[in-house]
Design a protein around this ligand. Structure first.
Ligand code: PLP
Length: 410
């Protein structure tokens, strides 16, 4: 059980008032809030030992390098990966771009299928579309069932062709909340084609579920720091070091080389081969501290807390006249991002009036336009919960929706 009252004291922003009311922050699927401990770690890095990593011989440079590499070790342990396979990126989006550029374009070609799903975020769609234009492979998408699960029959039929060379799938949808059976899907794809690789979008799952790369049976995992209590401008591409080693670099320049002549360069070993230029070392140190914070609470406890919130929120939302919740109804099959529609209300109007009530939710397409088209809508309102949210805030959510319905007389 999480001690939420104590946890909330670590998040100064949760004390804020907006529009004269106490803030109810329900937009953590977009960006989570940051605990004081992470802010302190970043401030300490700047105040006490700011210096570029891997270059200096002086004490400050050594201390920063140690803190930076220490963060890598802790993140590797957090997701069950080899630290040599943990590449620091700007965000999940950059991680997908690296795989699309340095793996898909290089290794897939005509006759191969890159299999994705209709529920993916644009970050896990557009890079593959660009790679397809260059490499000429076939891009196929698994459709969804009415409850927002992947259509397993359609998946099996595509996999049975034996031509799926790369599967990319989100572990948790940022719109529907759906948790996908990644390991099962990976096993099916590998059974049909032993050369296939599996890419997992962990942007929503890594902050909210215990994660183990080996248990997921994935070759690559992409996620962002800003959704898991960390700073902005830092994310990770986590992969099998051997696979990464065999891939050409994405960005080139300093840091990612062992030697440079006027004619060419010898690239550094992984993960540095994919970390061209000065990395966001302060942010990486902050993400390492965020991982410590999450591990201190325990990811099982975080997940249990969110299930408990969903057990309160889902029935309460469904009781509201004209409200439809998208995605799975069973809290155990979904994460705590809850998209909904209210008859007669535009999601943006709903989000705007709820904000006046102090409740911060997200309204829009959530960077998943193909998914929203498949739901037959252009936008939804989304409330997303995290470890600092309380059952009282679920009540505030419901009250804010009811207040908006009264305001618009629907
Ligand atoms: C499921 C999913 N994948 C990928 C991303 C992209 O993350 P970022 O914008 O941090 O690169 C997001 C962000 O909303 C997401 O929710």
């Amino acid at each position: 059980m999480l001690d939420v009252a104590t946890i909330r004291k670590d998040f100064p922003v949760l004390e804020r008032q907006v529009h004269g009311r106490g803030l109810v922050y329900l937009d953590s699927a977009a960006s989570s809030q940051v605990p004081r401990q992470v802010m302190d770690a970043c401030e300490h890095a700047d105040a006490e030992h700011r210096a570029n990593v891997h270059r200096g011989v002086h004490a400050l440079a050594e201390e920063t390098t140690e803190a930076y590499e220490g963060a890598r070790l802790r993140i590797a342990e957090f997701v069950g990966a080899d630290p040599r396979g943990v590449v620091f990126t700007k965000n999940a989006t950059e991680a997908f771009n690296i795989i699309a550029h340095s793996y898909a374009r290089e290794r897939l070609g005509e006759g191969d299928i890159l299999l994705s799903t209709v529920m993916e975020h644009h970050a896990n769609l557009v890079p593959w579309q660009q790679a397809q234009q260059a490499a000429g492979f076939e891009l196929r998408y698994v459709p969804l069932t009415p409850e927002g699960h992947l259509d397993r029959e359609a998946f099996d039929a595509i996999v049975a062709t034996g031509r799926v060379k790369l599967l990319t799938v989100t572990a948790m949808s940022n719109v529907l909340g759906t948790i996908n059976p990644v390991a099962e899907l990976a096993a099916a794809v590998r059974a049909a084609n032993e050369d296939a690789v599996v890419v997992v979008d962990g942007a929503q799952s890594v902050p909210h579920l215990p994660t183990d790369l080996r248990a997921l049976d994935a070759d690559f995992l992409c996620f962002s720091g800003h959704k898991m209590l960390g700073p902005t401008g830092i994310g990770c591409l986590v992969g099998d070091p051997e696979l990464l080693d065999a891939m050409p670099p994405f960005l080139t320049g300093g840091e990612m080389i062992l030697d440079v002549t006027l004619e060419g360069a010898v690239f550094n070993e992984v993960p540095y081969k994919f970390e061209a230029g000065t990395p966001p070392y302060v942010q990486a140190i902050g993400l390492g501290r965020a991982v410590d914070y999450l591990q201190g609470l325990g990811m099982d406890a975080v997940r249990d807390h969110e299930i408990a919130l969903l057990e309160t929120a889902l029935p309460a939302l469904r009781e509201i006249d004209g409200l439809t919740v998208h995605g799975p109804s069973d809290p155990r099959q979904r994460g705590a991002a809850v998209s909904f529609a209210v008859q007669g209300l535009h999601p943006h109007d709903l989000g705007t009036v709820m904000d006046r009530e102090g409740v911060a939710v997200r309204a829009g397409h959530h960077c998943a336009k193909p998914l929203l088209r498949s739901l037959g809508t252009a936008a939804t309102t989304r409330a997303s919960f995290y470890l600092y949210n309380t059952p009282e805030e679920v009540t505030s959510l419901v009250e804010a929706i009811e207040a908006t319905r009264r305001f618009f007389r629907v």
